[in-house]
Design a binder for this molecule. Structure first.
Ligand SMILES: Cc1cc2nc3c(=O)[nH]c(=O)nc-3n(C[C@H](O)[C@H](O)[C@H](O)COP(=O)(O)OP(=O)(O)OC[C@H]3O[C@@H](n4cnc5c(N)ncnc54)[C@H](O)[C@@H]3O)c2cc1C
Length: 513
């Protein structure tokens, strides 16, 4: 790795750090991004995976955030139509909770606050006729339906980093920044390479603290300053069950505590249920779901479902920690989801920009706002550019996914329908680059199970910084839901260099005879 000097050193490889790295590199700045673990290993792979305005935030008067997020839905959808897609939400109505007029007003605002050109508007549903009613309790008669989008959160993060690297950024996962000090008006960073066990020092003009839940701790421990704002760390857990309903829409259920809970079709055969809001003390990395949260989530969906979900239906759980800017709200669910950028230093002292809060949905706008704040230090930097630029593999029309799958199958007829879809979802137009000259399934190398082949694993190692089985099975994909322990161990061994000899070719067999 070069020692710099970099224009920008970004600490934190979550969605915000990667979005800032991408934006800055595209403007011609020399960028370094360091992440202590895998890219997206913290909050940015543990979200509900919605690109959404946040219907609920309207109740808290967060109109600025909701409007920005609503506009951003279609900007992001157009930039990555492989792993972002429109999703309809069914909100059943029951007397005694929010009145129908309030829900209708909220949805009217949601449809009209800004930016909706592609996504269909809200509508009312008669649950006795609509297929969405079949999975719900028979006493439920009415529902509303509206649009948001689904996103593969970790892929958004990793492919933002990929794009940053393509534009010249140096991306260093498994590298922890342990100290950052000012020396002669520049930042000098101490980096610990956790793979090689090496320590290195680099220099940068500007430091960006994008460490998410660690933002305050990083300032105290690595930079040695007092955080300008307090972070409220709020844990949110999800459970994944076997599939609970047959259609492809999501439910948004109201709870009696005025929170809401989603039940979303997930990875074909599963349902994703979330989330909770619990204040966290201590290390964010240690946050795990507890029994009470599991009961809460099951209870939240079972008040609405005809056939209750049970503990035995749960196949996976995950927990993330929201790094929320502390605006003094009393209840965790009321704390603002908006982001705050704090800039210090400037004339004599090297600038330090800290990110507090933010959502997956607003990562691109947050990066633009960050670059706008830093513009005085980089007069030669290019203008904003990300609003119309596709992410890697996203250079096809927002409604062109089925065509992309068909083209892939025409070019590679040996692919099963399921594999062609999955490759198109993960890699978009780059799927054919990944498959290259393959003529038959055997050309893809060793099969690890669930149609994961050596060639794709190699690609994830080479192009997406994967090094462990977890990197591949839980962040670059969700194939961890389908592979058993033996298959995982085989993948781990393969990654450690234990590759099987390729099957003999006809020429080898003849030669041996
Ligand atoms: C339960 C839950 C549900 C959510 N649902 C949604 C949703 O549906 N839609 C939406 O838009 N948003 C959602 N969010 C919010 C969104 O996930 C987060 O706001 C976003 O992921 C935060 O990204 P980040 O980059 O700031 O933080 P992170 O992803 O946590 O990244 C920070 C990174 O910094 C690294 N780091 C820390 N210290 C150091 C160091 N010293 N050196 C190097 N690296 C370091 C960490 O390892 C970490 O990877 C949800 C959040 C939660 C918790």
């Amino acid at each position: 790795m070069r020692a710099g000097p970099f224009d920008l050193a970004i600490v934190g490889g979550g969605v915000n750090g990667c979005a800032i790295a991408r934006d800055a590199a595209g403007r011609g700045l020399a960028v370094l991004l360091v992440e202590q673990g895998d890219l997206a290993s913290a909050t940015s792979s543990a979200s509900t995976k919605l690109i959404h305005g946040g219907l609920r935030y309207l109740e808290h008067g967060a109109f600025r955030l909701v409007r920005e997020a609503l506009i951003e839905r279609e900007v992001l959808l157009r930039s990555a139509p492989h792993f972002i897609w429109p999703l309809r939400f069914v909100l059943p109505h029951r007397p005694g909770l929010r009145p129908a007029w309030l829900v209708r007003l909220g949805l009217f605002l949601y449809d009209h606050l800004g930016g909706r050109e592609i996504l269909p508007p809200c509508r009312s549903l008669d649950l006795s006729r609509d297929p969405a009613g079949a999975a719900l309790r028979p006493d439920l008669r009415r529902a509303f339906e509206y649009s948001d989008c689904w996103v593969e959160d970790a892929r958004l993060t990793i492919l933002s980093a990929r794009d940053a690297a393509r534009r010249g950024a140096e991306v260093r996962p498994r590298t922890r920044c342990t100290a950052a000090r000012q020396v002669d008006g520049r930042w000098r960073l101490r980096l610990e390479d956790r793979t090689r066990g090496e320590i290195q020092e680099v220099e940068a003009r500007v430091l960006v603290n994008a460490t998410g839940p660690w933002a305050a701790r990083f300032l105290e421990e690595a930079v040695g300053t007092r955080p300008p704002a307090r972070l409220r760390l709020v844990r949110g857990s999800h459970i994944v069950t076997r599939r609970l309903f047959a259609h492809d829409r999501a439910y948004i259920f109201q709870n009696e505590d005025r929170r809401i809970c989603f039940a979303i079709p997930f990875e074909g055969d599963f349902t994703l249920i979330g989330t909770t809001d619990r204040d966290v003390e201590g290390d964010p990395a240690a946050a795990r779901i507890d029994e009470a949260e599991t009961d809460y989530l099951l209870g939240a969906v079972n008040r609405w479902l005809r056939r209750p979900a049970e503990r035995a239906d749960i196949v996976w759980t995950y927990t993330g920690v929201r790094p929320l800017y502390d605006d003094g709200a009393t209840a965790a669910q009321e704390a603002t989801r908006d982001y705050v950028l704090h800039l210090e230093g400037g004339s004599e002292r090297a600038p330090l920009l800290s990110v507090f809060g933010g959502k997956i949905t607003t990562c691109r706008r947050l990066a633009e706002a960050a670059l706008a704040r830093l513009a005085p230090f980089f007069p030669g930097a290019g203008p904003p550019w990300t609003a119309r630029a596709p992410l890697p593999g996203g250079d096809f029309p927002w409604d062109g996914f089925e065509r992309l799958v068909d083209e892939l199958r025409a070019r590679y007829p040996f692919l099963s329908g399921g594999l062609a879809r999955r490759l198109a979802r993960y890699h978009g137009t780059r799927a054919s680059e990944l498959l290259g000259d393959a003529r038959r399934l055997e050309d893809l190398g060793e099969a690890f199970g669930a149609e994961l082949y050596e060639r794709e694993v190699d690609w994830m190692v080479r192009e997406e910084w994967a090094t462990t089985a977890d990197d591949i099975l839980w962040r670059r994909s969700k194939l961890g839901l389908r592979l058993d322990g033996r298959a995982r161990a085989r993948l781990e061994a393969w990654l450690a260099g234990e590759r099987r000899a390729p099957p003999p070719t006809a020429v080898d067999v003849q030669a041996r005879a």
